[in-house]
Ligand binder design. Structure first.
Ligand code: SF4
Length: 152
C-alpha cells in the first residue's frame, strides 16, 4: 500500500498512484535499487506492537505512520476505499489514539484524496484540501476541539 499511497519524489511518483516499479502480489520490482525514501519508510503496522492482521495496510486500505512529523499520526487512506478508516475495528482505535489526555498525545490526521481531517474523540474536523501550511489543533477555552491552518 505504501507503494501506492506515498509520493516518491526521486521517482517522480505522485501520491495515490501505483509506483511503476511495483509488481502486483510480489512487491517492489527493484528492491536493491529502490530510493532512500522507500528504504527509510516504515508504517506503524510494522513497528507498533499489538496491531492485528486486520491492520495490514493492504487489508485495512490505509496505512498509518508518523514519519518526519513527530507528534502527528498520519492515516493515509486508499482513494479507492475512502471510508475504510471509519469502519470497525479501526474507527474506535483511531478515536482512542486521538485522545489528547494520553501521556504522549498525537494529533491524528486522516488524508483521503488530498483532503485532511483532524480526529478528536468527540469530533472529526474537516480541513478540506491539504495545504502546505502548519496546522494548529487542540481545545479552546470552552473545551471544544478545533483544528485550523496557521497563515502567517
Ligand atoms: S521503488 Fe519499490 S519500494 Fe519504492 S515505491 Fe516503488 S515499488 Fe515501492
Amino acid at each position: 500500500m505504501c507503494c501506492k499511497l506515498m509520493a516518491i519524489p526521486a521517482l517522480e511518483k505522485p501520491a495515490a498512484s501505483w509506483c511503476p516499479k511495483y509488481v502486483m502480489k510480489t512487491g517492489c520490482g527493484d528492491y536493491e535499487g529502490r530510493p532512500q525514501a522507500c528504504r527509510a519508510f516504515e508504517c506503524l503496522y510494522l513497528t507498533a506492537e499489538g496491531l492485528s492482521d486486520a491492520w495490514r495496510p493492504d487489508k485495512a486500505k490505509f496505512m498509518i505512520w508518523t514519519g518526519r512529523e513527530q507528534g502527528r499520526l498520519i492515516i493515509d487512506v486508499d482513494p479507492s476505499a475512502p471510508m475504510a478508516w471509519r469502519q470497525q475495528p479501526y474507527y474506535a482505535q483511531i478515536k482512542a489514539w486521538s485522545d489528547r489526555r494520553q501521556p504522549q498525545p498525537f494529533e491524528v490526521a486522516v488524508r483521503v484524496n488530498g483532503k485532511l481531517t483532524i480526529v478528536f474523540p468527540e469530533a472529526d474536523i474537516d480541513l478540506g484540501a491539504e495545504q502546505a501550511l502548519p496546522i494548529e489543533s487542540g481545545y479552546d477555552t470552552a473545551n471544544r476541539p478545533f483544528a485550523r491552518y496557521v497563515r502567517t
